[in-house]
Ligand binder design. Structure first.
Ligand code: UDX
Ligand code: UDX
Length: 434
């Protein structure tokens, strides 16, 4: 069985490399020639721990390759994993134009039976559209099945998530397609859940929206904690000890970012609207999330009074640790607000600075990117912790204090122990704690 992966972005690259590592014969293709050239040389265009060595290993083994030629990749493959992006449109819905054009290309190159697998996150009922498009545009009598196999990997732990899944969801409408996908995921056979396609598509949106809901819920509790003597870290711990709730995804902070949660929550709201179901609950989840930056800015103002002309160090730009991804990162809105207020910003992130530079170029002395966190905090009136990188958790705090103009930390991710930092002489603000 030859597997083709169309779109070698985040999801596609991890899928291609990991499927090859499971022993399959995989070819990846992408309209972005640079990504394919790099991948062919064993260079990964994204920072994802463990991915590049696995890419190189499987290129060497010979069961992984990359091609510029979409048509040839389709023709050579028995199974096609569609991993093109499904960006958010203005009304919140997912833009399906790349999935549609990919479906047309598949139709035009349907030289033998193929299983077309939706890996990208798509609205429920997309398979029906893919099926219709391929049927409309295919030339001969080529057979095909559409299937859904949503991806649950998290950036930063993507390889481990792929290799040790909690579940493998396979949405199919024929036994033939089911057999193909079950064979591909034979290594994880105890984890497979076979459903119809609508169910599989919905599982992905329902899961991401539920996790987003957990985060907004704890952020709301954090606001309550700030008005009382309660500590949100312990509230989350106490809640999480109940196995029915679970402790994960109850970290209060600056809210969720990334390429999935914000987009998927809004897409599900739109899906509900289109189907006549009011998902007001999720509108509230989105509203709470968007309001996190304003409540954080209020804390910065509480500490600095006037932000104009203050030197502010921002530690962490990525939407979460262990990634260079800044898509929907809280840092973007925060930096914009601070710029509008007239701050002098000194930015540092272990991995995401190049990406941030492309949207917020260096503009000294207003915007300066620094080599390390200590350069960032030099002469600063306040330090803002925006992403909880381990590097910040273990930073030399006495050194930070000596370097700063005013030892003020506004911690958006509860990285430090309040008592410890205050004992060192810092003025310290965090989330949902006194
Ligand atoms: C994205 C979304 O974030 C995710 O929610 C969805 O499930 C899949 O799409 P990601 O892999 O992070 O996932 O997107 P991105 O990194 O933008 O990769 C998409 C890739 O598809 C890009 O490399 C792009 O060049 C490629 N592409 C796009 C094609 O090869 N052909 C197309 O027609 C369109
Ligand atoms: C998410 C899903 O977890 C994954 O299953 C899906 O395939 C893609 O979307 P990802 O976006 O990579 O993965 O990151 P995740 O670890 O889920 O974090 C998303 C956002 O939520 C980050 O901004 C993170 O900082 C935030 N978050 C997460 C919190 O604010 N609190 C938490 O307790 C957990």
């Amino acid at each position: 069985m030859k597997i083709g992966v169309i779109g070698t972005g985040y999801v596609g690259m991890v899928t291609a490399v990991c499927l090859a590592d499971l022993g399959h014969d995989v070819i990846g293709t992408d309209i972005d020639k640079e990504k394919i050239d790099k991948a062919s040389q064993g260079i990964c265009h994204i920072y994802e721990p463990g991915l590049e060595p696995l890419l190189q290993k499987n290129l060497e083994k010979g069961n992984l390759s990359f091609s510029h030629d979409l048509e040839e990749t389709i023709r050579a493959s028995d199974v096609l994993f569609v991993c093109v992006n499904t960006p958010q449109r203005e009304d919140g819905s997912a833009d399906m134009c790349y999935v549609e054009s990919t479906s047309r290309s598949i139709a035009e190159n349907l030289n033998k039976y193929k299983v077309v697998v939706e890996k990208s996150t798509v609205p429920v009922k997309t398979s029906m559209w893919i099926k219709r498009t391929i049927s409309l545009y295919k030339k001969g009598g080529g057979e095909f099945d559409v299937a859904s196999n949503p991806e649950f990997l998290r950036e930063g732990t993507a390889v481990a998530d792929f290799m040790h899944p909690d579940r493998v969801i396979i949405g199919v409408e024929t036994k033939r397609a089911e057999d193909v996908l079950v064979k591909i995921y034979d290594t994880f056979k105890d984890k497979i859940l076979v459903t119809n396609i609508d169910t599989a598509e919905l599982i992905k949106h329902a899961s991401n929206s539920f996790l987003a809901l957990k985060i907004s819920y704890i952020n709301l509790m954090a606001e309550l904690c700030e008005k009382t003597d309660a500590d949100v870290e312990l509230v989350a711990k106490g809640m999480g000890l109940d196995e029915r709730i679970g402790e994960r995804f109850l970290r209060a902070g600056l809210g969720y970012g990334g390429s999935c949660f914000p987009k998927d929550v809004r897409a599900l709201i739109k899906i509900g609207e289109d189907l006549g179901v009011d998902l007001a609950l999720l509108k509230e989840v989105d509203r709470i999330n968007t309001s996190r930056i304003q409540s954080y800015i209020a804390k910065v103002k509480k500490a600095l009074w006037i932000i104009k002309d203050k030197k502010v160090a921002v530690l962490g730009l990525a939407f979460k640790p262990e990634t260079d991804d800044i898509r929907n990162a809280p840092s973007i809105a925060l930096i914009e607000e601070l710029q509008n207020e007239g701050a002098f910003l000194r930015l540092y992130d272990p991995e995401a600075m190049d990406n941030m530079r492309s949207i917020t170029p260096e503009d000294p002395p207003k915007i300066v990117y620094t080599e390390n966190p200590y350069d960032a905090v030099k002469d600063a009136n306040a330090v803002l912790i925006v992403t909880e990188w381990e590097e910040f958790r273990f930073i030399d705090l006495p050194k930070v204090k000596d370097l700063m103009a005013n030892p003020i930390i506004i911690d958006g991710r509860n990285v430090f122990d309040p008592e410890e930092v205050r004992n060192l002489g810092f003025e310290y603000y965090s989330v949902g704690r006194q």
